[in-house]
Every structure is written in structure tokens, then in C-alpha cells.
Design a protein around this ligand. Structure first.
Ligand code: SAH
Length: 350
């Protein structure tokens, strides 16, 4: 069985190559081909001999992804890809243009085990973890296709990044490497539904990235109705971990709060949330729930969201309302893979 050579960190690549008898300078050369130039075959590595390329080919493959479908929003230019992996599985990525540059939202797993009721990723089922190389190659493929340089990464696509912890860490290491894509940790956001022990593991790495926590409720009772993970880790345990994260890293924790009509949107919910977050270095992102047909969830109106935001603000909690990008292309993740599995295709595909 071949392994994905793009999934190796620099150190791991070095030990693999030295066990083949290669000198250390080869590691840097090959690492650059894989991560900085984003090659997808060993034949592209023109400064290494054909014999060595054949030797590498025998042992490794280069984790790559192929554009299966591509959607471009006519409203704001947001681009969404359905990528096919080497084993025929599908993942999604979204590229958004902001004033400060391009941001990519990447998938971390094929499907998701977490089972959040409002999320399309859960409906299509879990298949496998992505390798660190497969998380990174989404950036490489999008950059090549659009001829752009991506400066920011959010791990908010399909999957739960903290459920693929080791590969996440290797991916972060590699994209941050100056001989790779050289993306600053400060430009990376990891979003989690709240796997508490792995938040503590992340704290131990003391990385300067932004932690975003999908909270979506002000108490355990409501949270357990939409997010099964909360039956394992209570909201208090989760918020304690977030406090430690903020204290240890000095970075503000972000909370995602998707407003669902009649579920988590009352004035009492806003007050309860304010009390829970009081004194924490944090920020709340209010999101109108995206309609996923099977879920039956109803979105709140703009006025209702503003009302919720005002209560948080009056109670000293920093809160903004998420701008919706790519509204015409099903840009929230999980929706395309789900359609593909059903043999359907989105009408906006180009
Ligand atoms: N598993 C991670 C990252 C993937 S989901 C997490 O849970 O954070 C990225 C974000 O989109 C999460 O905040 C998730 O709760 C939210 N989300 C999923 N489905 C949604 C929907 N239908 N409407 C609005 N937000 C949704």
C-alpha cells in the first residue's frame, strides 16, 4: 500500500527519505515541490533524477484532488468546488474574496460523525478522515484553478477538524512552513463543535490560530436537541476549555451561533448566553440558519437577529451578524456532496 507523501511533515519526510539513503538536501527540494509548487506528479520534479522519481513513485502517491463541479456566485464571486479524491470520494471547498485577500474554507473529513441536526454534512454520512495532504491540496487546487494566492484558511468545510486531530496538526505544520505555502497561524481558523479533550490538546500546542466553537445554544437542554456532541461534553465544560484557550494563547475565541426560529432565538436565550460568556475574551458570530431541506429548520428574520444581537451587546458581549456569501450556490458545506451521492446536480454548476 502506497502512502500519501504530501501528508508527511518536513521531519517525517526527512526520515522517510533518509531511510532510502537520500541526502538531507533532497528533503527540502521535494518538500518544496509538494507544498510550495503544489505538484501533482513526481514527473514535475525536474531537478531530481528519473531514477529517483521512479523510486519515490514505487513507495508513495501524491494526495491530489480533481475539480468535479465548480460553482461561481453571480452575487459576490464566491467559488465553490466539489472535489473528487483519488478513491472517488467527494469533498467541498469554498473560496471567498475579502478586502484583505482570499480565504478558503476547507473540508477536514469525508463526511462527519457529529450528527448536528441542521448540518448537511451529517446527512450524507461519515466515510473517512482526510490526510494532511488532502486538506492542504484543496488550497493548491483552488489556487491553480483560479490563478490566485490564498492568504487565509478556515476549517469550516465538511467534517470535524478536532475529530481528525493528528492530521490537522500535520496540516497546520505544513501550511505554516516557509518552504511550503507559508501561511501564518494568525490567518488560520479552526472550527469545532466542541470536542473538549481535543481543545485541551490543541492548547498544548500553543498555536496562534483562531479557535471557533459552534455553540448554537445557550444551555445543554437546547444544545442536546441539535448537537449530539453536547451529550458527551456539557456547555460548562466546553466554555471552561475555551476560557483556558483564550488565557493561554491570548487569542479571542469565536462562537458561532446559528439562529433557528423557535429553537434558540428567544430573548431569554440571548440573556442566558450573555451571562455564560461574560468576562471571556470572545466574540459571537450570529448566523441565519441555512435551509437544509431535510432538517425542517426555519431561519430567523433580519429583525429577529438584530434583536438577539442587541441583547448580547447591551450585556457587554461582542456580537456580529455573519455576512452571507455565495447564497446562490449552496455555499454552506456538505450540500454538494449530499446531492452528488443522490445522483443529483446543483442547477448552478458551471
Ligand atoms: N465541525 C466543525 C466545522 C464544520 S461546520 C464545527 O462544527 O464547527 C462549520 C460551521 O457551519 C459550524 O459552525 C456549523 O455549525 C455551521 N453550520 C452547519 N450547517 C449549517 C446550516 N445549515 N446553517 C448555518 N450554519 C451551519
Amino acid at each position: 500500500m502506497k502512502t500519501d507523501i504530501r501528508a508527511f511533515t518536513f521531519d517525517k519526510l526527512n526520515s522517510e527519505l533518509s531511510s532510502l539513503g537520500l541526502p538531507a538536501f533532497r528533503t527540502k527540494q521535494i518538500f518544496k515541490w509538494l507544498h510550495q509548487y503544489g505538484c501533482s506528479s513526481f514527473d514535475e520534479m525536474t531537478n531530481i533524477s528519473k531514477a529517483l522519481r521512479a523510486q519515490l513513485e514505487e513507495r508513495f502517491y501524491i494526495g491530489s484532488c480533481y475539480v468535479e463541479d465548480k460553482y461561481v456566485s453571480s452575487i459576490d464571486g464566491t467559488v465553490k468546488y466539489l472535489f473528487r479524491l483519488h478513491d472517488g470520494e467527494y469533498i467541498e471547498s469554498v473560496i471567498m474574496k475579502y478586502k484583505y485577500g482570499y480565504t478558503i474554507c476547507v473540508s477536514s473529513q469525508v463526511g462527519c460523525k457529529m450528527g448536528c441536526t441542521f448540518c448537511a454534512s451529517a446527512i450524507a454520512g461519515f466515510k473517512r478522515n482526510l490526510t494532511a495532504g488532502e486538506i492542504e491540496v484543496q488550497l493548491i487546487a483552488a489556487q491553480k484553478d483560479l490563478n490566485i494566492k490564498i492568504s487565509h484558511i478556515v476549517l469550516m468545510g465538511i467534517g470535524e477538524p478536532l475529530d481528525n486531530f493528528d492530521n490537522l496538526i500535520d496540516f497546520l505544520n505544513n501550511v505554516n512552513n516557509p518552504d511550503g505555502l507559508n501561511i501564518s497561524m494568525r490567518n488560520i481558523t479552526v472550527s469545532t463543535c466542541g470536542i473538549v479533550p481535543n481543545i485541551y490538546r490543541l492548547i498544548d500546542y500553543n498555536l496562534q490560530l483562531t479557535l471557533t466553537v459552534s455553540l448554537h445554544a445557550s444551555n445543554d437542554n437546547i444544545r442536546s436537541r441539535t448537537m449530539p456532541v453536547s451529550r458527551k461534553y456539557s456547555i460548562d465544560e466546553l466554555l471552561s476549555a475555551c476560557k483556558v484557550y483564550a488565557e493561554k494563547t491570548g487569542r479571542r475565541v469565536s462562537f458561532e451561533y446559528t439562529l433557528i426560529k423557535g429553537v434558540n432565538d428567544s430573548a431569554e436565550n440571548a440573556k442566558e448566553l450573555s451571562l455564560r460568556l461574560k468576562g471571556m475574551l470572545c466574540h459571537v458570530n450570529l448566523i441565519p440558519v441555512n435551509d437544509v431541506k431535510e432538517s425542517g429548520n426555519i431561519s430567523c428574520s433580519r429583525e429577529e437577529i438584530l434583536k438577539f444581537q442587541n441583547i448580547l451587546k447591551r450585556n457587554g458581549i461582542n456580537a456580529t451578524i455573519r455576512r452571507t456569501l455565495g447564497a446562490d450556490i449552496n455555499a454552506s458545506c456538505g450540500q454538494l456532496r449530499r446531492l452528488k451521492k443522490r445522483g443529483e446536480i446543483d442547477e448552478n454548476c458551471c
